[in-house]
Ligand binder design. Structure first.
Ligand SMILES: NC(=O)c1ccc[n+]([C@@H]2O[C@H](COP(=O)([O-])OP(=O)(O)OC[C@H]3O[C@@H](n4cnc5c(N)ncnc54)[C@H](O)[C@@H]3O)[C@@H](O)[C@H]2O)c1
Length: 324
């Protein structure tokens, strides 16, 4: 199998994880990292013994690569990914693929025209727990997803594109029905130009109600998902990463009253979903795998996230802000 020359664009917190995985994979050479921050470049040079560049332009002026991971700030995903694809480089871009659906469509078209793999880093698609969810659930009537954290580094986009998009992608992975109603509210706090808290409710044409709560100003971290069907309810607790606790309840009819019993409780360990994600990306480049989640799936998740965000912006324009 041909060895691939790979680069990482943006070696902050997430980019370092990408670089660590590439550095440990067989048949891959991490040839360079790109980051305008000199101390990040210095750390990367020491850790991976690879070349470093302050910009993608500087890298492309000198050389090229077979594949790249983009883990730069979200607002730069579109322009960086476009440059990489134009240069003929297979690209894995961290979620969300772009900050506008139109841009995401352009990137999808460009990758198809060029015959290049474009994969979006929806890491939850590589969680064993999400796999179990996809296999176990067929017709939910109620879904509740909570993703709360006390702090987020991301400041260039709001909590919907930062955190809620993970749950949106999981939910759209199990509900293929059209979206009928959307309602959402949110708050921008501490002078932030983007929402830090958002609560959304989506009603699908098949009747399923999905509720999402995301916050990056919460006192504690919490990540959970509850999916209710007529004959079972599944509860996922993702907060103890890399372990996910899964509980499955069945309703019992007892003289007219309904109670629930736990019929299964287990813990699954997702030791390194990022490694699975990057291995999948490389396998697709080698034509050895079909996409787990298509670009259409990515566009659908981004489209819903952007609709929620637009509704919050419209609402907040006519509102008095919370003092801070
Ligand atoms: N899939 C996930 O679970 C997950 C988790 C965290 C972050 N992310 C995504 O990863 C991205 C990065 O997040 P992060 O938390 O690592 O942020 P970060 O701030 O820690 O890192 C961003 C890095 O990009 C660099 N950078 C800035 N401009 C650049 C440019 N023009 N070219 C190259 N590099 C540039 C910065 O210097 C910094 O080192 C975001 O889009 C975020 O949504 C995904």
């Amino acid at each position: 199998m041909k060895r691939l020359r790979v680069i990482v664009v943006g070696v902050g917190v997430m980019g370092k994880y990408h670089a660590n995985v590439y550095a440990a994979l067989p048949n891959v050479d991490l040839v360079a990292v790109v980051d305008p921050n000199p101390s990040r470049r210095c750390e990367a040079k020491e850790a991976y013994h690879c070349a470093t560049y302050p910009s993608l332009e500087a890298f492309l002026a000198e050389t090229t690569a077979d594949a790249a991971s983009v883990a730069a700030p979200t607002s730069l995903h579109y322009s960086i990914t476009q440059q990489l694809l134009e240069a003929g480089i297979h690209t894995l871009v961290e979620k969300p693929v772009a900050t506008e659906v139109k841009q995401a469509r352009q990137l999808a078209m460009l990758s198809q025209e060029k015959g290049l793999v474009l994969q979006v880093g929806h890491i939850t698609r590589f969680f064993q727990a999400v796999d179990i969810l996809n296999q176990q659930v067929s017709n939910p009537y109620l879904i509740e997803a909570r993703r709360l954290t006390p702090y987020s580094r991301i400041r260039d986009v709001g909590v919907i594109l930062d955190l809620m998009i993970h749950d949106i992608d999981i939910v759209l992975g199990i509900i293929s029905s059209d979206i009928e109603e959307i309602s959402v509210s949110g708050h921008a706090l501490n002078g932030s130009p983007h929402e830090d808290v958002a609560a959304a409710q989506i009603v699908f044409a098949n009747g399923c109600i999905a509720r999402f709560l995301a916050s990056r100003v919460a006192p504690d971290a919490e990540r959970s998902l509850v999916v209710a069907e007529a004959n079972q309810t599944l509860r996922f607790d993702f907060a103890k990463e890399p372990h996910t606790e899964i509980a499955i309840f069945r309703p019992l009819q007892d003289e007219g009253a309904v109670s629930h019993v736990v019929v299964d409780r287990r813990v699954v360990a997702d030791e390194n979903p990022l490694r699975k994600e990057l291995e999948h990306f490389l396998a697709r480049i080698h034509h050895q795998a079909h996409p787990i989640g298509t670009l259409e799936d990515d566009l659908r998740s981004l489209d819903l996230a952007m609709r929620l965000q637009a509704q919050i912006s419209d609402r907040n324009k006519s509102k008095i802000h919370i003092p801070h």
